[in-house]
Ligand binder design. Structure first.
Ligand code: WT7
Length: 635
């Protein structure tokens, strides 16, 4: 069976087949990939433990699917097109042949530096082709990559490296983003003070930021490449991996504690990202595809690297930011490379929309055929602007809903096939069985219902565990409702059976499409010397979707209120990263708590949203007077 769906009827047929005979369906789809040995069993599962195994007994290497298998047919066609942060720096094009060579060479560099199958390798790099090369080189030798977004602080990096016990780090001297230069290696050095497991650090030169290279531990990327070349190590056979061997770990925040290491495995993830990439975006051979995400997030893993490359696509990687040198940068890139498919985030759309149409005018956007959105609910205004000003009403918008834990897109239109509706992710992809449940866990049947979104059957791209702590995986995703994967999102199913995601129902805040756990931010705020306690909630933010509103109780009057707020924000930035910086900090005398000491976040959320006359029942509060004080001093 060809994996590509070409009409709505075909979608309906595929969907029905996938629900009635899931194993046959996914077995057929998996037949479109290269396996070193075919699987014995398509699926073995229970959501109780949970145990999820796809394509058991199958042997493969994902890089053979992303690289080797394309060499004959499209070896000289672009695999990665790279645009620098600096519009005056020449762009780069890596053909499938080039990429294959570079991945093999760097895979040998990793081996020369002690890397083995199953090792965890931390990658902390700018958005340059070498990041994708490092990722694929790990996959080539069967090492498990853990990519950390370039905006995370030393402490966050250290937490992640320790959790995964990484033995090798791949980084760069620094990165460019707009006018900013971030000294990645220096941040990494601060992290490594706490990471005795790390034996080797491979450092690429990008920004020429001065760095300290530690003898015996740190080596230059370029020197190691030269060594491997001198040794004639140009070839690197792809390690034979079990379908269920881990491919990578990616950390994501939840409502409690430290970020969890979501684990994805080789076989299912490969099949799922390739299948969804083809179908959601309706990629045609020769198209230029541009996903604006960073490879530090799951969108970049699945839809810059693995999904597009397994399908032989030309994937465009952009190092910079949408607003530099001006707010027309995305449109310049579309124009320059004749981009056909553009996949971006509502926060970027809203920010560019705010800068006005002058940055769109005069740019040739006629190459665009498909537009995509991901990361958070897209508001109606942004949807229409994207549709009219960018797509010129000719490009279907695919509003793709999914999560780090899902591996790939779960609910989305298929471009040009599924009739769209503004703000709706529309229908589940084949193989995905969503259900809405109420607070008690009762399944809500029929249409026109709102509830908590769960998935009742496994799909190949789903997480298998959280690294080093399977019990946490169970309690977070599989224990809330019996026999279901719980997403943490609220959702509406309308009269047509279309799905609209309404946002998180837990204590996770979606800031600019990035998940921030309230507990994590509170812990960071509480580290500040004069803070007794704090509570962080989300509030509507014009550009970011949601902003962070922090209520903070100090142990004594602030010496200088504004300066203390800045100090607290700086503390959070240092401990987690700039993305977790609170947008608003309000000093309060006390937090609204129940008699059992639980903070009533519902009230704090309402105040942050400005709904102060509608706070609901406050009678169970220990001290209702604190609410008036908070209300009166609201920011
Ligand atoms: C959360 C997952 C994997 C995508 C990048 C974010 C929200 C994501 C949509 C959408 C409404 C969306 C959900 C989800 N979300 N896409 N199209 N419409 N909400 O990945 O950091 O794992 O966050 O992002 O709330 O649970 P993530």
């Amino acid at each position: 069976m060809d994996l590509r769906i070409r009409s709505f009827e075909e979608y309906q047929k595929a969907y029905q087949y996938s629900v009635e005979q899931p194993e046959d369906f996914w077995g057929d789809i998996a037949g479109n990939f290269v396996w070193k040995k075919k699987w014995d069993k398509v699926l073995d599962w229970n959501f109780k433990e949970p145990k999820i195994k796809w394509f058991e007994g199958g042997k493969l290497n994902i890089t053979e699917n992303c690289l080797d298998r394309h060499l004959e047919e499209r070896g000289d066609e672009p695999a990665i097109i790279w645009e620098s942060n600096d519009p005056d720096e020449h762009h780069r094009v890596l053909t499938y042949k080039n990429l294959h060579q570079k991945v093999c060479l760097f895979a040998n560099v990793l081996k020369n530096n002690g890397a083995k199958k199953g090792d965890r390798i931390c990658i902390y790099m700018p958005m340059i082709p070498e990041l994708a090369i490092a990722v694929l080189a790990c996959a080539r030798i069967g090492a498990i990559h853990s990519v950390i977004f370039g905006g995370f602080s030393a402490q966050s990096i250290a937490d992640r490296i320790q959790d995964a016990q990484c033995n090798i780090v791949v980084t760069a001297d620094g990165s460019f983003r707009g006018t900013k230069e971030v000294g990645l290696k220096n941040v990494m050095d601060d992290a490594l003070v706490q990471c005795p497991s790390v034996q080797k650090v491979i450092v690429l030169t990008r920004s020429r930021t001065p760095v300290s290279m530690i003898k015996g531990r740190d080596v230059w990327w370029i020197d190691e490449i030269h060594k491997a070349e001198t040794l004639g190590q140009v070839d690197c056979p792809a390690e034979e991996m079990d379908a269920e061997d881990p491919l990578f770990i990616l950390y994501t925040s939840g409502s409690t504690g430290k970020p969890k290491g979501v684990v994805h495995t080789c076989g299912g993830y490969m099949v799922y990202t390739g299948y969804t990439f083809q179908n959601v975006f309706q990629y045609n051979s020769g198209d230029v595809y541009f996903c604006t995400a960073d490879i530090g997030w799951i969108t970049g893993h699945s839809y810059i690297v693995y999904g597009p490359l397994s399908q032989g696509a030309a994937t465009l990687m952009f190092e910079g930011i949408p607003t530099w040198p001006d707010a027309g940068r995305f449109w310049d890139i579309v124009d320059k490379f004749k981009v056909n498919i553009l996949y971006t985030a509502p926060t970027a759309i809203r920010s560019l929309m705010q800068h006005g149409l002058s940055f769109v005018e005069g740019k040739d956007l006629s190459s665009l055929r498909v537009l995509g959105s991901v990361g958070e609910p897209i508001n109606e205004e942004a949807w229409h602007w994207f549709n009219e000003q960018i797509g010129k009403k000719k490009c279907p918008i695919v509003d793709t809903w999914w999560q780090t834990e899902n591996g790939g897109i779960l609910i989305s239109p298929l471009a040009g096939i599924t009739p769209t509706k503004p703000c709706y992710a529309t229908l589940p992809l084949p193989g995905v069985q969503p259900v809405l449940v109420d607070e008690k866990g009762e399944i809500l049947e029929g249409n026109n219902v709102t509830g908590n979104l769960c998935i009742k059957f496994p799909w190949p791209g789903m997480l298998r565990t959280t690294y080093g702590d399977h019990e946490r995986c169970r309690t977070t995703y599989f224990a809330t409702y019996e026999n279901m994967y719980f997403t943490g999102d609220g959702c509406l199913r309308d009269e047509d059976g279309y799905y609209r995601i309404t946002g998180r129902v837990d204590d996770v805040i979606n800031v600019s499409g990035h998940r921030i756990g309230t507990a994590e931010v509170e812990n960071a705020i509480n580290m500040f010397t004069d803070v007794i306690e704090s509570a962080v909630v989300g509030y509507p933010h014009d550009i970011k979707g949601q902003g962070l509103y922090a209520y903070v109780v100090l142990s004594k009057e602030a010496r200088d209120v504004e300066l203390t707020k800045k100090d607290i924000a700086a503390t959070v930035s240092r401990l987690i990263g700039p993305i977790a910086r609170p947008d608003k900090i309000q000093f309060v005398y006390g937090l609204p708590k129940t008699r059992s000491g639980k903070i009533m976040r519902r009230i704090l959320r309402k105040i942050a949203e400005g709904e102060i006359n509608n706070l609901g029942d406050t009678s169970t509060l220990l001290d209702p007077a604190v609410v008036d004080e908070i209300k009166n001093n609201r920011l």
